[in-house]
Structure formats: C-alpha cells, structure tokens
Design a protein. Sequence first.
Length: 127
Amino acid sequence: MTHEWKSMIARTAPEAPVEAPTPATFTIGDVVKHRVFPFRGVIFDVDPVFNNTDEWWQSIPETIRPHKNQPFYHLFAENEESAYVAYVSQQNLLPDPDGDPIGHPGVTQMFSGRAGGRYLLRNQIRN
C-alpha cells in the first residue's frame, strides 16, 4: 500500500507557479488619462489586482481585455460629455501632464487641493 501511495504522489503534476502582481505605478491623487479612450481622471482608490465582477471583465472585448494580475484604479473620471467613476487597469493608464483640474464633483469631497500635480487627500479621509 505504501508503494501505491508514493506512486500516486509521483504522478501528481506540480502546481502552476503563481505570477506575482505587477507593482503599482500610480497612487491616490495622481491625474491620469486612458491610453485608448478619450477620458482622464484622478485616482481615488487602488486594487492591487482585479477586484470586480467576472461579468464586468467579460464585457470588455477580448482583443483589448487586460490581464487581472495588475493594479486596477478607481478614478473620478471625465470626458467632454460627462463625469463618472471608472475602473481601469494599469496597462491602460498614462500620466496626464495636462495640468488642468478634474471637474468631477467627487474630487472636492475627497481631496483638499493640489500640489505638484497631484491631488491631496482630505485629512479626515486618510487611513
């Protein structure tokens, strides 16, 4: 019986290595723009890896669907037509050197102002 048990262990495939998540490039308060779509925003939260529904992820066309093992950012976003909250993968964001303020109403609720191109969290919101 011991021989059978050892044989079963030898036949078990090793587990696939888990890739370490990509380190975050941006931080809360950074102003960014989307790499493909015409919108920009300020980051107000960061997930170290994808943390949304599979339904949301599957709704992205497969040809441009980002991998899940990277930071995803919550943005107070705006385009020329509206302001909204966006959830965007790191691979689809670029720094926004424009310097113009973000007009989303959530910005004034969460941030106290700007310094050095970055929005500053209100003291009562800091963890």
